[in-house]
Write a protein that binds this ligand. Structure first.
Ligand code: BGC
Length: 769
């Protein structure tokens, strides 16, 4: 007994020496030396740890029952004191976090500080548009700044680790989580992945305003069969490498500190237990050296996948390369047994512990565990005026003008304007899905924003118009988590009120579409149309004969074929974030000229799904430009192949004219490049931004190649009447792809290069490699 207390005393002396004397002020950029120093420090701590303490570092519980002032009596406190917790997540509030951190560094034997994680997905308290909306801005600098701002707010409030960016490519709008990513394209998705990692992590993780990023969900989660969440994924390696994996790799190349394994299986083995994925590909081939966390109970879920009992799946996960167990406690409760039975080795455990401790060092937590717990910063840096001004701008930049017959938009601030629809006065729905930290009620509703922007210049009338859906059960499912929209009246009553209001107006703005919880996790659908009651409301509004503007709220591409045919103006607003009502009104009245472009194809109907622009040609493509049905060709009897709106599509209040594509040469040398340019003229009456898009087609390959692939884009502001020359440097690297042997190669031959306003452009020139 005496001997044990003496050992403990010595251990504590050594650790406190290490903790107080470590030199983690060094920035990570100091490279090898810094890494070596961290390695040594981490190893010396690991030498002091008991097995249970090691397993504790791999354990990531959710914050559960912790309330301010009561952290000590929470269920989790005991585990923290016993060294059984490596980090906590989704706990909000700097005071609470400080209290919990204090338990770890004062009451646990080794005083190892905790990580504090959160789903800071599109902003912290200041919320930006949902990620799919952010992607529609095609403005990577701006997106980076949103991540920077989110990191600054989150770190001010105690958080040091975000579960973002989510970079899952998805071509299936039935899948609700398409809203959380950047859409269907690997090139755009990779650029955004890089921007977000750089935004969150900055160049120095020890800086108090930066936090660890976590790229997720590795991998292929967006290709769930039938768009049903958590469903099986099955795809060829060649498709994975060319069409799905690049954004994860871009995040790794940008230095992302952690990776979250996905729920789905890959080649028959769930990602969380897939050693090929988490070790051979991620670490050995891509050189990732951070840590891997499972998704929420991802380890335990391998039992239902059919991979064995909790002990078996926990061992499988550790062996595969999962370092941290989110919520499930399989590591904490079974790895000791597996170790004793020789099913895993102590080296495997040590490696995982090392990766987690390294992250804590990188953040500077050993030097100052309260580094992210500065109460003053929490007061000064969160939801600031400056941040809200930026959110208002970003919201407007994300919007996509889908239709604008006879230039109905922009509206004038005059006369009587009726705002009608279930999304018109619901602040809690404005931030969209996965906005954990935001104070929902603080978001600006459409109605309030409209009134502010219009001021005394016009008369605003308002009516709710309809419920979210005829089916109250369905409505309850899509308005959860404090995002309720009350069903105080019947649809009939609401419609009658709306028609009365509509009759008095000069113009009607319909605020309809999805609620925030109609997309996001576990929100898959088989019907991509606007909910029927809202569609019926829209039809009645159209019958009044008044001009109708549809402001479409959505977290996914919707099949709005009827609306496209019948409503004169459609503005896709996604979920714009904290300043929603102001952002939307800025665009509606032309204070901001819309410039967003679709990051995912909008289908004609759900039967076309999956539909995406960079498909293959097949051996039997249809041969007529109008898309008319041709027997024994690859097409449908009942609908044409073309989507409703293609990838990259979006209108402006002005118009742009493109010159023919000019090339610096019609031959590209090996390892060389050519310049591709176009003159873009603003031919309309407004200054405006245009996203100029460059696509290539590799005409002949050793494997079949897509009909088009995005390889460049530039967002340029062009004043009315002016012409800008937009130039791209197209390189040998841009022509590379993974071939049959998964070698990354560029093959000599003919290439086409397209530059235009969206992916359907036919503005093309040719060159040879
Ligand atoms: C989601 C993740 C998220 C995690 C933690 C899971 O259900 O799939 O995206 O980061 O929960 O909240």
């Amino acid at each position: 007994m005496k001997f044990n207390s003496f050992r403990l005393f010595i251990a504590l002396v050594i650790v406190s020496f290490l903790v107080t004397n470590c030199e983690s002020k060094q920035s990570l950029d100091n490279g090898d030396n810094a890494n070596l120093a961290i390695d040594q420090k981490v190893d010396s701590i690991i030498n002091l740890m008991t097995l249970q303490e090691k397993l504790g570092q791999l354990n990531l519980p959710s914050s559960g029952d912790i309330t301010t002032g009561q952290a000590k009596s929470s269920n989790i406190a005991k585990n923290i004191e016993q060294g059984k917790v490596g980090g906590l997540f989704n706990i909000k509030g700097v005071e609470k976090i400080r209290e919990v951190q204090r338990i770890a560094v004062e009451n646990s034997r080794l005083k190892i500080p905790l990580l504090f994680g959160m789903d800071v997905i599109h902003g912290y308290e200041t919320t930006f548009p949902i990620p799919l909306g952010l992607a529609a801005s095609w403005d990577t600098e701006m997106i980076k700044k949103t991540a920077q701002m989110a990191a600054k707010e989150a770190s001010a409030d105690g958080i040091n680790w975000t579960y973002s960016p989510m970079v899952d490519i998805s071509r299936d709008p039935r899948w609700g989580r398409i809203s959380e990513g950047s859409g269907e394209d690997v090139y755009l998705g990779s650029a955004i992945a890089k921007a977000m990692v750089e935004g969150y992590q900055g160049t120095d993780l020890t800086h108090p305003e930066t936090i660890l990023a976590c790229v997720k969900h590795f991998a292929l989660y967006g290709a769930a069969e039938a768009g049903r969440d958590y469903n099986t994924v099955d795809m060829s390696r060649i498709r994975m490498f060319n069409e799905y994996l690049p954004p994860y790799k871009a995040a790794v190349d940008a230095g992302v500190a952690s990776v979250m394994a996905s729920f789905n299986e890959i080649d028959g083995v769930p990602a969380t237990g897939n050693r090929w994925l988490l070790t051979e590909l991620l670490r050995d081939q891509w050189g990732f050296n951070g840590f891997v966390v499972s998704d929420y109970t991802g380890i335990n879920e391998m039992i239902a996948h059919g991979m064995g009992d909790l002990q078996a799946v926990s061992a499988l996960a550790l062996h595969a390369g999962t370092d941290m167990d989110m919520v499930g406690e399989g590591f904490l409760t079974t790895l000791e047994k597996s170790l004793n039975e020789g099913k895993i080795s102590i080296d495997e455990i040590n490696l995982a512990v090392k990766r987690i401790l390294k992250a804590k060092y990188q953040l500077g937590l050993f030097e100052d565990p309260y580094k992210y717990c500065n109460l003053q910063r929490a007061e000064n840096d969160v939801f600031t005026y400056e941040n809200r001004v930026f959110s208002r701008q970003v919201g407007a930049e994300s919007m996509v003008l889908l239709k604008n017959e006879n230039n109905l938009l922009p509206l004038k601030k005059q006369g009587t304007i009726a705002l009608i629809g279930p999304l018109s006065n619901t602040p809690v729905n404005m931030a969209g899905t996965w906005s954990v930290a935001t104070n929902q009620g603080q978001s600006i509703s459409f109605l309030d924003g409209l009134k502010t922007v219009v001021g005394n210049n016009a008369n605003i009338l308002h009516a709710q118009g309809s419920n979210v859906d005829y089916d109250s059960q369905y409505q309850a499912h899509v308005t959860m988590f404090g995002k309720e929209i009350a069903r105080t009246k019947s649809d009939k009553e609401l419609l009658a009120e709306a028609i009365e209001v509509a009759k008095k107006a000069d113009v009607i703005i319909a605020a309809i579409g999805e609620t925030a919880e109609l997309s996001g996790e576990s929100s898959s659908v088989t019907n991509l149309q606007i909910p029927q009651t809202q569609k019926d409301l829209l039809k009645e509004l159209l019958k009044t004969g008044k001009p109708v503007v549809l402001t479409l709220f959505t977290g996914r591409p919707l099949a709005i074929t009827f609306e496209n045919e019948n409503v004169p103006a459609i503005l896709n607003v996604w979920f714009p974030g904290s300043m929603a009502g102001l952002s939307i009104s800025d665009v509606l009245f032309g204070d901001v000229n819309p410039s967003g472009k679709l990051p995912a194809t909008f289908p004609m109907n759900v039967g076309q799904v999956p539909i995406f622009y960079n498909h293959k040609n097949t051996g039997r493509p249809i041969s007529n430009k109008e898309g008319k049905f041709e027997k024994f060709r690859s097409n449908y009897l009942d609908v044409r192949n073309e989507p409703l709106y293609p990838f990259g599509y979006g209108l402006s209040y002005t118009t742009f004219n493109y010159s023919k594509v000019k090339l610096s040469s019609n031959e590209m040398p090996n390892n060389g490049s050519i310049t591709v340019s176009v003159d873009v003229t603003n031919t309309g009456n407004f200054d405006g931004k245009e996203v100029v898009q460059l696509y290539i087609r590799d005409v002949v390959g050793s494997v079949t190649r897509p009909v088009k692939e995005l390889k460049g884009f530039k967002k340029v502001l062009i004043k009315k009447g002016e012409t800008t020359t937009v130039t791209f440097n197209l390189t040998y690297e841009d022509l590379k792809f993974y071939d049959y042997n998964l070698d990354f190669v560029a093959e000599p031959g003919d290439f086409q290069v397209f530059v235009g306003t969206d992916s359907s452009t036919e503005n093309m020139a040719e060159f040879k490699l």
